[in-house]
Structures are given as structure tokens and as C-alpha cells.
Design a protein around this ligand. Structure first.
Ligand SMILES: [Zn+2]
Length: 212
């Protein structure tokens, strides 16, 4: 079976499926429901337009979803098409963070790689958060100081509201400038963050800003 959906695209379809189910359960007006389904189908069609004919059954199945139970079955049927995040060994992760002498690699079996757009974990011991990102097929390690916030806030990676903290990374300033810190608020729990992601744009922009 050919995998053609990235985890964030699966999340996008999941979100549109929920929109359809919500409309079916709250709206008696069939015209409104029909419009909602048409719009959701259009959005998902745009997402998978590069995939040609193989995405068509997916669009038809999405349009047929009537309730939460059918939504679950539909989403389950998509799982085999999801491209997992590359599996990494402990050694490989250590090589991605050459400067992190106190790096503690978490249990790599705990992650669902089919649900990951990036691999992230927070180490209370070093007060750091570690991100492994896939930039155009090349894995990259990004470590930053992490201070959990006492208040809920907006995550810069998944654009959702929840438990966040300030992630900062020291970078070299321009000519004659000393080091400066760059960063932003990101989810404390990277699995929650991954589940919320429906686009890679914010993650890529965040990583880019940390290296400029
Ligand atoms: Zn997030």
C-alpha cells in the first residue's frame, strides 16, 4: 500500500471530518449540511490534489461520513496511507546533538511515528527541550532552554492554545554582536503538539528563525 499522507495532512483531514460530523449532528437544514460537506471536500481536495486518482476514494469516503462512528472508521481506514516520521536510533539522535553533553535520549519506542511531524521531548534535568525535525528529507537536531509557563498560551508550532513554555536558543549575533537568544512559546507536550498540527509551515518558520 502506498503511503501518501503526511501526519499533519492526516490531522487536517481529521479536522475536516469533525466539521462534517458536527454539522450533521447540529444542523437540521440539509442545505447547510450539504454546503459544509462540499467545503470540507474542497479543502481536502486541495490538500491531496498532487496525488491524482489515488486520493479520489478518500474524498468520496469523506463525503459519505454521517456520524462520529463512521468518522472513526473512515479515519482508521486512512492510517495505512500515512507516511511515518523516520525511525531514529539512540546513536543517530546523539549525532544530531553533538554539543549536548548531558543529552538524555528518551525511550524511542514510546512514540507513534505515524503521528509525528517532528520528534520532541522535554528534559526536566537539563531544563531543555529537544526537537528532531525533518527538513527536506534531512534530519536536524535543535535544542533550546525551556521554561514551562504557568499560564496557558498559543503554541508557535501548532497554533493551538494549551500548556506551553518558552523555548529559547542562543545564536551568534551579527558582526560585533555577542550571542543573542531567539525563541517562542511551544507546547510542553510534543505529542499533543503533533496531534494539533495541520501544516508544517509554522514549524519550518520557527526552525528557520532560530538559525538566522
Ligand atoms: Zn504546539
Amino acid at each position: 500500500m502506498e503511503e501518501f499522507l503526511h501526519p499533519h495532512e492526516y490531522n487536517f483531514i481529521k479536522k475536516q471530518t469533525k466539521v462534517i460530523v458536527d454539522a450533521q449532528s447540529t444542523n437540521k437544514d440539509q442545505d447547510v449540511v450539504h454546503t459544509v460537506i462540499t467545503l470540507a471536500r474542497e479543502k481536502v481536495a486541495q490538500l491531496v490534489e498532487g496525488q491524482g486518482g489515488k486520493a479520489l476514494p478518500l474524498l468520496d469516503a469523506l463525503t459519505d461520513v454521517k456520524n462520529a462512528h463512521e468518522a472513526d472508521s473512515f479515519l482508521l481506514s486512512l492510517k495505512p496511507y500515512v507516511i511515518p516520521f523516520p525511525r531514529v536510533s539512540e546513536k543517530k539522535i546523539e549525532r544530531l546533538f553533538p554539543k549536548e553533553k548531558k543529552l538524555k535520549v528518551p525511550d524511542l519506542e514510546q512514540f507513534d511515528y505515524h503521528a509525528l511531524s517532528y520528534l520532541g521531548w522535554y528534559d526536566l534535568g537539563t531544563n531543555k527541550k529537544y526537537l528532531v525535525v525533518n527538513i527536506e528529507g534531512r534530519l536536524m537536531g535543535v535544542a533550546g532552554l525551556y521554561h514551562p509557563s504557568s499560564k496557558q498560551g498559543l503554541c508557535t508550532i501548532c497554533h493551538s492554545f494549551g500548556e506551553v513554555g518558552l523555548f529559547t536558543k542562543k545564536i551568534k549575533g551579527r558582526k560585533n554582536e555577542s550571542t543573542i537568544s531567539r525563541g517562542n512559546y511551544v507546547c510542553k507536550d510534543s505529542m499533543v503538539c503533533n496531534d494539533n498540527m495541520t501544516s508544517l509551515d509554522e514549524l519550518n518558520a520557527f526552525i528557520y528563525r532560530l538559525h538566522q
